[in-house]
Write a protein that binds this ligand. Structure first.
Ligand SMILES: [Zn+2]
Length: 320
């Protein structure tokens, strides 16, 4: 009888059989049969500006993000910080959401899972929230059960760039190797707002799936497009994290066969915060591509010139 090793899956949403980033074609469930899978390449040209606030009814509202009690684990696919049950958890509402969503955990992907105009980023933070009042299993069975904030990161040198990740980096040595899910790090308080984009109201949103098995199509994605600056030295530390022997932990892109909306604020914030930071991210991405090309082919940089020249802003103003 074939035995399966049962572990907590990448984003801790359910128990899954073992899976690997090198065997995506073998992923079970909706991963192979779904039609609204994530991640996707977001086209700034095709994204719909919701000028009449039909889909995005107002700004996102963040409550309780400054002090979150978390414990961390390396689950063999990523490093993940989860809210400790029984402690106050942040609540997200507004934007494209109908009702409240309670923060469950955040984890990291290197390289990014989402791309914008074909451009992948060195790191993407995922903050997973469950519709308030629902059990996880109930939320996964509904199309609006989960919302995930995706924060894209760019690299920069210097001490100032270390602010965002400074609170989680000290835990990384302890998270080097895969851990028993019941053997998490000591609880510590994290300011989640430091891990949000510099402009949290500037985002793309669409309906998609979890990016790990079982890939349920229960997710309202909110991908913040103004990147968070992190330090290049901090980024190097992630290469020491053991994620099943893989160099990277991102799922391949899936067809963008649906409407992607963009917030009004995104029309004025396409460019990266600093030119140098953006160039550094390109360099890091170029370094990564040497290792990753044979695996999946990433860092499509054909649209870089367009991005640097700010054509996206022009396109945004042309809509509507
Ligand atoms: Zn994720």
């Amino acid at each position: 009888m074939k035995a399966f090793i049962v572990i907590i899956c990448c984003i801790g949403l359910s128990y899954e059989a073992e899976w690997s980033y090198t065997g995506e074609h073998q992923w079970p469930g909706m991963c192979s049969s779904g039609t609204l899978q994530s991640p996707i390449d977001i086209s700034t040209r095709d994204a719909v500006v919701d000028r009449h606030t039909v889909h995005i009814r107002g700004p996102l509202v963040f409550r309780g993000y400054q002090q979150v009690t978390t414990t961390a684990v390396n689950n063999g696919h990523t490093v993940k910080w989860s809210a400790v049950p029984g402690t106050p958890a942040p609540v997200l509402s507004g934007g494209p959401l109908r009702g409240n969503y309670t923060f469950l955990q955040f984890h990291l992907h290197w390289l990014s899972e989402h791309a914008i105009d074909g451009f992948k980023y060195p790191l993407e933070i995922h903050m997973v929230h469950v519709k308030t009042g629902l059990k996880l299993e109930e939320a996964l069975a509904r199309s609006d059960g989960i919302t995930v904030i995706g924060v894209l990161c760019v690299l920069k040198s210097g001490a100032a760039a270390e602010h965002a990740l400074a609170q989680i980096v000290p835990s990384l040595p302890e998270l080097t190797y895969r851990m028993d899910p019941n053997n998490q790090t000591m609880a510590e308080i994290i300011d989640l707002s430091r891990l949000l984009s510099p402009d949290p109201q500037s985002f793309y949103t669409y309906h998609g799936s979890l990016t790990t098995p079982q890939c349920q199509e229960s997710v309202t994605w909110i991908v913040m497009d103004k990147p968070l600056i992190i330090s290049d030295n901090q980024y190097k530390l992630f290469s020491k994290i053991d994620i099943g022997g893989n160099t990277f932990n991102y799922r391949s892109l899936h067809p963008t066969n649906r409407v992607v909306y963009r917030s009004m604020a995104s029309c004025a914030s396409i460019a990266s915060p600093t030119f140098i930071g953006f160039l550094l991210s390109i360099i890091m991405c170029a370094k990564s591509i040497m290792a990753a090309t044979l695996i999946k082919g990433v860092c499509i940089m054909t649209n870089m010139k367009r991005k640097l020249l700010g054509f996206s802003i022009k396109e945004c103003s042309q809509l509507g």
